[in-house]
Design a protein around this ligand. Sequence first.
Ligand code: PLP
Length: 372
Amino acid sequence: MSVRASHRLDAIPTYQPGLTTAEVLARYGLDVAVKLASNESPYPPLPAVQEVIRAGAAGLNRYPDAYARTLRAQLAERHHVEPEAVAVGNGSCELILLAGQAFLDPGTTVVHADPSFAIYPHLAAATGAESVAVPLAPDEGHDLMAMAAAVDERTRLVVVCNPNNPTGVYRSAAELEEFVQLLPDDLAILIDEAYFDFVDLAEAGRMMSLARSRSNLLVTRTFSKAYGLPGLRVGYGVGGAGWIGALERVRQPFNVNALAQAAASAALEERSAMAERVAAIVRERDRVCAELAATGVPFTPSRANFILLGAESGGSGLHEALLRRGVIVRDGAALGVPGRVRVTIGSPRENDAFLAALAQVNQFETAMSPEG
Ligand SMILES: Cc1ncc(COP(=O)(O)O)c(C=O)c1O
């Protein structure tokens, strides 16, 4: 007889992982492939960060600092808050999931956009709450007014992803400030800024500033994207005492491992090297967008380190056609945007490989079409 799991599990969507490079090489008999599927950085951790990770191995017989004091203090200093206003997690995903545990109960709702980051519907499913998924606006960014209208007396949590994954669309600080003003002061709002570093606008840090004065806000960021440390799992949030206190109560004591704490601390010290890397990725994003525009391939303008191609960019078989050519991109079907693909910005060489493969697919499509 099988075990009797909670009926809540029935509602939890299963995460659909992308294909690994080894799987693609084996499936298509290829020698090389480039992986542009998981919004990762093309750069390995900086040498100083790698050194700290190597050195940290010798101390792994000890538990990590349960409070991540050093990292918390650094983050607090960077964001001009007290360490008590910072939560550190096993990736920012952990903090997002903990927010569900901390704020949601059966009979309550969480409001988020759709399509957006795939984890958000889990918050409701895992807690027996209701997920209110608000369709994106026609420009594929959050429809903030519709989200505000979806909030009612049952709502305990609102999640905004900015820039939005998988579309890359950014909502301005002024729009978000107006949105926050519309919502009750005691309603928890989580602003997921996983792709914040790639927003090349002076105003990009304004929600973090707002989190210092509006205690119902939590702004989350991650070391997984710009800092290139997704393999270690570390993210953080800055917010009011109610927010941080709630997250502290539901987390496990040693949630961020010792190597992750040390590496994130070291990465924060490498400010100029990180800024150079981010600038290079943003330049590449803009170059890829310009090439797509020049060749008439439809895409959604992005402020993140990925681009969502339009439905007409190569037919429904585009994902498969790119895989065959050794370019691993993310199938939109797994992201709530069927028929489309999301491509991560990689190194110049990887991006060239993607553009060349896309051009081949499009030439083939044109040749095969009735008019071609
Ligand atoms: C919008 C968004 N938020 C959060 C995350 C989670 O990142 P991590 O848990 O690695 O910090 C991701 C990862 O892809 C993301 O796309």
